[in-house]
Design a protein around this ligand. Structure first.
Ligand code: SAM
Length: 307
C-alpha cells in the first residue's frame, strides 16, 4: 500500500493532519458538539481512554483560554500520551477505583461537568467478541462516571450498535433521563460505531458507586430492579455534524484545486512507547527469532543423518 493511499481513501484522516489533530476522531467530538453544545458552562472535564489525544486536543482548544484559566481537563489512558496545553494526564485504567480517586483529587474534591469516552479495546476482527468487549468498556466508563460526574452532568461515549445494545441503553437510562445516539458524519456509515450522549446525570436514590461490580452483572442491587420487565428502550438517533460535511465513506481527489501536487503530511504526534516498539527494534536488527523449517527439525531429530 502506497504512503498516500490512506490520505486518498480517508478525507478526515487527511484533514486531521492538515489541521494538526493527532487523530481523525477529533472531528467526531467536534461534530457531536455542533449538535449537542457539549461545552457550554463546562469547567471540569474528564477524557477517558484519551490517547493519542485528539479528543483532549478538542477540549483544550475549546475550553482552555489564556489568562483566565479556570478550566480543568483530566485525560486518562492505559497508554502514555504526549503533553497538551491545560490537560492533566493520568496513565491509568478506567476500571480502577484508584483512577477515580486520582481524578477527583485533581478537581480538589469536586466532580466533573462532562465526561467523554472514546474508549476502544484492541479489536480482534471477531465481531461478536469485539461488540461484547466494547460493551464492557462502555459499562466500565459508565461505572467510573458514576464516581466522578456531578448531578445534572453529561456523559458522552462510544457505543457499538450491536445486537444487545438495548441492554446498554437500559443501563444508561437508569442514570440519565436523556439518552441520544449520535452518528457524526466523520464516523463511517459502514461502521456500527455510534456515540451515546447522556444528559442530566441523576442516579437512583441511594445509589452507591461501586467499582468492584460491573454494572451488567449487578442484579442483586435494588437500583437495578428497574431493569425488570423492560426489554426494549427506544432511544432517539441523531445524525450529527453539518449535513454537507465530508462523507467519511467516500473517496475524494487529493489534488488541490489550484493545480498544486498533493504532498502527504507526517502524523501530527507519533505514539509514545507503543507495545510494538520492541518488535520493530528486533526486526530492524535481525534479532527476531525465526522458525526452523520442519525439514531442518526432522534432520536434527534423525540420529542417522550427519548433524
Ligand atoms: N479518543 C482518542 C483520541 O481522540 O485520540 C482515541 C482513543 S483510542 C480509539 C482508544 C483508547 O482506549 C486507547 O488508547 C486505549 O489505550 C484506551 N483504553 C482501552 N481500555 C482502557 C482502559 N481500561 N483504561 C484506560 N484506557 C483504555
Amino acid at each position: 500500500m502506497g504512503r498516500t493511499s490512506k490520505d486518498k481513501r480517508d478525507i478526515y484522516y487527511r484533514r486531521a493532519k492538515e489541521e494538526g489533530w493527532r487523530a481523525r476522531s477529533a472531528f467526531k467530538l467536534l461534530q457531536i458538539d455542533e449538535s449537542f453544545n457539549l461545552f457550554e458552562g463546562v469547567s471540569k472535564v474528564v477524557d477517558l481512554c484519551a490517547a493519542p489525544g485528539s479528543w483532549s486536543q478538542v477540549l483544550s482548544r475549546k475550553l482552555v483560554k489564556d489568562g483566565q484559566n479556570k478550566t480543568k481537563i483530566v485525560a486518562v489512558d492505559l497508554q502514555a500520551m504526549a503533553p497538551l496545553p491545560g490537560v492533566i494526564q493520568i496513565q491509568g485504567d478506567i476500571t480502577k477505583v484508584s483512577t477515580a480517586n486520582e481524578i477527583i483529587s485533581h478537581f480538589e474534591g469536586e466532580h466533573a461537568d462532562l465526561v467523554v469516552c472514546d474508549g476502544a479495546p484492541d479489536v480482534t476482527g471477531l465481531h461478536d467478541i469485539d461488540e461484547y468487549i466494547q460493551g464492557q468498556l462502555l459499562l466500565a466508563a459508565l461505572n467510573i462516571t458514576t464516581h466522578i460526574l456531578k448531578p445534572n452532568g453529561t456523559f458522552v461515549a462510544k457505543i457499538f450498535r450491536g445486537k444487545d445494545v438495548d441492554l446498554l441503553y437500559c443501563q444508561l437510562k437508569i442514570f440519565f433521563p436523556e439518552v441520544t445516539i449520535a452518528k457524526p458524519s466523520s464516523s463511517r456509515n459502514s461502521s456500527i460505531e455510534s456515540f451515546v450522549v447522556c444528559k442530566g446525570y441523576n442516579p437512583p436514590d441511594g445509589y452507591k458507586p461501586n467499582m468492584s461490580n460491573p454494572l451488567l452483572e449487578c442484579t442483586q442491587d435494588p437500583a437495578f430492579d428497574k431493569l425488570e420487565g423492560v426489554n426494549r428502550v427506544i432511544v432517539p438517533f441523531l445524525a450529527c455534524g453539518d449535513l454537507s460535511a465530508y462523507d467519511s465513506d467516500k473517496t475524494y481527489d487529493v489534488n488541490t484545486h489550484d493545480g498544486k501536487q498533493y504532498v502527504p503530511l507526517p502524523p501530527v504526534q507519533g505514539p509514545i512507547n507503543p507495545p510494538y516498539q520492541t518488535a520493530c527494534f528486533l526486526k530492524k536488527n535481525s534479532l527476531l527469532a525465526t522458525q526452523k523449517s520442519s525439514e531442518d527439525q526432522d534432520h536434527r531429530d534423525d540420529p542417522t543423518l550427519p548433524q
